[in-house]
Write a protein that binds this ligand. Sequence first.
Ligand SMILES: *Cc1c(COP(=O)(O)O)cnc(C)c1O
Length: 457
Amino acid sequence: MNKPHAPNSWEARAMTSVMAGFTDFPTLKARGPIVLTHGKGVRVYDTEGRDYLDANSGLWNVVCGWDHEGMIEAMVAQTRRFPAYHAFFGRMADSAVALSERLVEVSPFESGRVFFTNSGSEANDTMVKMLWMLGMVEGQPQRRKIITRVNSYHGVTAVSASMTGKPYNAHFGLPLPGFLHADCPHYWKYGNEGESEAEFSARMARNLEALIIKEGADTIAGFFAEPVMGAGGVIPPSAGYFAAIQPVLRKYGIPLIADEVICGFGRTGNVWGCDTYEIEPDAIISSKALTCGFMPLGAVILGNEFAERFQAASEKIEEFPHGFTASGHPVACAVGLKAIDVILNEGLLDNVRKVSPYFMNRLRGFEDHPIIGEARGIGLMGALEMVSDKATKAPWDGSLSVSERVANACMDQGLICRPLGQSVVLCPPFIMDEPLLDEMFDKLSLALDHVAKGLGR
Ligand SMILES: *Cc1c(COP(=O)(O)O)cnc(C)c1O
């Protein structure tokens, strides 16, 4: 693993030619990059033929595995028929129309409209611009502030990074003004001594209301939330959280936008995270599993009321002056149509429901481990949070890079899982069965024991 890479290897070339994003540079320097050549089922293979069980589905998205024939066929067929187009000037590909209809059909909305982007970040960015335009056109130009939550992840463009509630965005001088971050509903971490989970959720709602009043309700354009925070470390909301905050948002006329980029299309065991947590959104942001990761695609799905208001606002100024060159890309849309079919009708969502109890059960088994403080998750997403003291929940000193160590020890076992803060995240493909889950957890267990030993536990 730590051997120097041959001078002209892919790995050596990557080290000098690629600007790696979201990569821990000390780890990259010590271990080198992993350059992958292909994938099969739930595994990916590197240039030296080593295989890895990818417990992160790529980046939450490759839920059907890497060699799904139907997906590949759909992509090839569309590429042969009509490989490229845009969606400007009233022109668009038929597959973009078909996917718009399908997304509304599977959404919680009776009717609605869809706007396509190439990524989740761009979809959030687009939604914010829509909210701003609504304010401008409807005579409420002061309605510009966006509320998200601490630890949330909404993307990396200047706007979506401003929405993201992570400290690293300070390195860019972000957030931009007017992006506010409400509390993170992580009871295990932020609950007060003696506070019940219900009391905690009520406090989250009270604090949100106080924030709204302090800022002025009529200055707030929208509230965005992931049903389960994903890149924040798989944080399911505290019990009753959405039931507590939704009335507050309604009281002040603040739209609720569900960022379903991770939860959407089955991750929580339902089509939408909104189904799992009884969230009634005004609009939905989708990406990632929307194409099983086979093509870049993001979507803003506007619910009935929003769609009508936004259509009226656009008519008033004669257009919605926004769009990406590849918005509604015909191949991405055809792949999205197929992916929805594969997930909903070819047993992937059913399989998430089937194996999720086993997944959660084995995940929870790690709560007895000496360095694990919390095991949390839902559906087929989970995280283990490391602590240096189980009683006080004290984290490990950051300089120890504990989660990096665990992820690296997993790599040595042929298992890909992601370090996130003091947690490691598991979000395997939807095609996992019990033996594969056992393989995943057994490898993780060995890695954890190895790291615990190194830490003297
Ligand atoms: C990944 C993610 C995004 C950003 O999507 P990109 O395609 O990486 O731009 C936005 N929101 C959530 C919840 C995500 O997990």
